[in-house]
Design a protein around this ligand. Sequence first.
Ligand SMILES: [Zn+2]
Length: 149
Amino acid sequence: MKTKFLKPEFVEFMPSSLEDGVVYVSMEYGTVIHSCCCGCGNKVVTPLSPTDWKLIYDGENISLTPSVGNWSFPCQSHYWIKSGKIEWSEKFSKEQIDEVRRKDKHFKATHFKQNVTQKLESKTADIQYAETKANLVMVILRKLSSFFQ
Ligand SMILES: [Zn+2]
């Protein structure tokens, strides 16, 4: 039976058996888990991260973006969770699924590269700062040594 509504339950650890119609949210682990809304019973894990899913909690219900596409399950169900309501989306063709996966991979790769570049840039700035400080010390030392001559 298809689920029409998901009620959030905030937990620290995920329960071993998932109740239909409940979406389990663990802020500690940045993970959201629910039982596939088509009723197939597969566990759907949607990690929260800048390159994965985003969670909106309005105080009563949750929304997840982007949509949930269970391409690896036999059911291949695809739906949105909007304020707890399940909005069914069209089934994707193999080409569409490949396209989504390709874009996701590209997005993750560029996001990761950006992070690495930012870290490298701040490292370079640190080194430059250290060099300036070292130069300053040298100047002071030279001044001091000329003073004592
Ligand atoms: Zn399913």
